[in-house]
Design a protein around this ligand. Structure first.
Ligand SMILES: *[C@@H]1O[C@H](CO)[C@@H](O)[C@H](O)[C@H]1NC(C)=O
Length: 322
């Protein structure tokens, strides 16, 4: 029924529009309801775009009776304010806003699974690492730039004003205090060729990955500010797209990053200090078989239709009854 439903826009984190459809008749809900699900949309998208609502509807079809909450950030924003907030503002500010929102939703009180699309996956990590009350159970991210981006995300075609202006401002100086406070992408821009500048200026993704700053001698300080880390999550399911050209490098979705000394080499998670010194609990999770680095075929956010990659993830990791 939902063929071609979830094919997403190639150049943003948006999930594409779905054809209108009739709500299926639902069987009576079983005694124990499936765990609730929180979904955080991607860059350029909004909580209740056609694509996002269709995705939530697909979840409800798979798990009748499930409570699904699409995050609106900032709180009560109109869809245009919400879309703009993907480009402009403070990532920490959005995270804090949603920490407060989610703590007030009765249906989530016993914990929930969470899905983050693209940069939404970073924001939901902020929630899990710094708030997590109620707790995230399975944390699922699609194409999220977990170890940052080394190039700006291309504007959609045709470009939006918010994107064009943000790109122009970013080019004027991505590591200025102003950019780091006001441009969302600057807050997860991690250029391996300018690592010192990154470690001095960045607060958001650097802290999210427990990377310290630089000490007075210009040496990296090591672990700092990872919050709770991710060790308390039941499963971290991080999905990369094998033809992702939107996030650079695409394998940032698996915490890979570009080698500081060689721009043609992508260093996988297991070779990073982040994993080896277990800065945010990923190594411990991995040892328990609870870190899952999966790959979907296709370009950024092409999660497919019925029975395809996105569906398979929903079938395996969402809707648990414990
Ligand atoms: C850089 O990495 C590429 C790909 O991994 C490799 O072929 C090349 O030899 C490396 N260059 C240097 C200077 O190490």
């Amino acid at each position: 029924m939902l063929t071609a439903l979830l094919v997403a826009l190639a150049l943003s984190g948006a999930v594409a529009a779905a054809p209108a459809q009739q709500a299926p008749l639902q069987p009576p809900a079983p005694a124990a309801s499936p765990r609730p699900l929180v979904i955080w949309h991607g860059l350029g998208d909004t909580a209740h775009s056609e694509g996002m609502d269709a995705f939530a509807e697909r979840v409800r079809e798979l798990y009748p009776g499930i409570y699904v909450h699409n995050v609106v950030a900032p709180r009560d924003a109109s869809s245009s304010e919400e879309s703009r907030a993907g480009w402009w503002g403070s990532a920490v500010g959005l995270g804090e806003d949603v920490c407060e929102q989610l703590s007030e939703i009765d249906e989530l009180a016993g914990g929930f699974d969470a899905i983050g699309f693209s940069q939404g996956g970073l924001f939901i990590r902020y929630y899990a690492q710094y708030c997590n009350d109620p707790p995230v159970r399975n944390l699922i991210t699609f194409g999220s730039p977990h170890f940052g981006i080394a190039a700006l995300i291309p504007c959609p075609d045709p470009p939006t004003v918010a994107c064009t202006l943000a790109a122009r401002a970013a080019k004027a100086g991505i590591y200025t205090g102003w950019a780091q406070r006001n441009l969302i992408q600057a807050q997860y821009y991690r250029d391996p060729a300018r690592l010192d500048e990154f470690l001095l200026a960045n607060q958001f993704i650097r802290a999210l990955n427990g990377e310290g700053g630089l000490d007075d001698d210009g040496e990296p300080t090591g672990r700092e500010h990872g919050g709770l880390g991710l060790g308390q999550v039941e499963n971290v399911v991080a999905i990369a797209f094998d033809e992702d050209e939107t996030v650079v490098p695409g394998l940032s979705a698996h915490w890979a990053t570009i080698d500081t000394n060689n721009a043609s080499t992508v260093v996988p998670l297991k070779e990073q200090q982040l994993y080896q010194d277990d800065l945010i609990g990923l190594r411990a999770l991995d040892k328990k078989g609870r870190l899952h680095l999966l790959t979907c075929p296709g370009r950024h956010m092409e999660i497919g239709g019925d029975g395809e990659c996105g569906d398979k993830v929903l079938e395996k990791w969402v809707g648990w009854r414990a």
